[in-house]
Unconditional design. Structure first.
Length: 211
């Protein structure tokens, strides 16, 4: 939201405006920002550019992170063609697949290379994050090649649990689980006549139920 405000030329934003735009409580927003040493000015709010830079520093977003994407199927091709990653500091700099019909083509100006080239290319391009969108049976082998290349952060879309060394961080994205969460909301609303809180549970994070 701060990025959008900056693009619109806004100099300041109040905690109430920022909270409303992001769907959080204003008091909680002010408290959370105070933990990183950012305090708004009464009657003025927060300086957009200063708060943006501060959050980027705290979250490790002040340095661009080169991304490699492996698996140029339907999902992989869509992600490879998405232009929003670069603007947020995550340029996709390498693409890989095993399909001879895909190896050698360009997507967004990036050459698709064979997965065998992962270690060499990722090292040469200082890739820090790998995205895996391969079929399940191929994911572990691809993961091993990324780890061999020195990649220590992996975003996994494949329907498998990856085995990695302790120093490697893996985030799993399961769209089916997200749909199941939404289905739960639909069922709960149908049972409670539209009152999402009447059964005493809320959804916590990526799918856990919390009483």
């Amino acid at each position: 939201m701060l990025g959008e405000l900056g693009e619109q030329g806004a100099d300041t934003v109040s905690s109430d405006e920022l909270a409303a735009a992001t769907g959080v409580n204003p008091a909680k927003l002010r408290k959370d920002l105070s933990y990183i040493g950012s305090y708004g000015i009464r009657g003025v709010g927060y300086e957009v550019s200063a708060l943006t830079h501060q959050l980027e520093r705290v979250l490790g977003l002040n340095h661009r992170q080169a991304v490699a994407l492996v698996g140029i199927g339907n999902l992989g091709h869509a992600l490879a063609g998405y232009g929003g990653f670069d603007g947020r500091g995550f340029p996709v700099t390498a693409l890989f697949d095993v399909d001879p019909d895909l190896v050698g083509i360009h997507i967004n100006g990036i050459l698709v290379q064979d997965v065998a080239a992962i270690p060499e290319v990722c090292r040469a391009r200082d890739v820090t994050i790998g995205m895996i969108t391969t079929p399940g049976p191929a994911a572990q082998g691809v993961c091993d090649l990324l780890v061999e290349a020195g990649v220590r952060c992996i975003l996994n879309f494949a329907p498998v649990v990856l085995q990695v060394p302790g120093e490697v961080e893996v985030r799993k994205v399961d769209l089916a689980v997200e749909l199941q969460i939404l289905a739960f909301h639909v069922a709960r609303r149908n049972l409670t006549g539209g009152d999402p809180e009447s059964n005493g549970h809320v959804v916590n994070g990526a799918g856990g139920l919390k009483p």
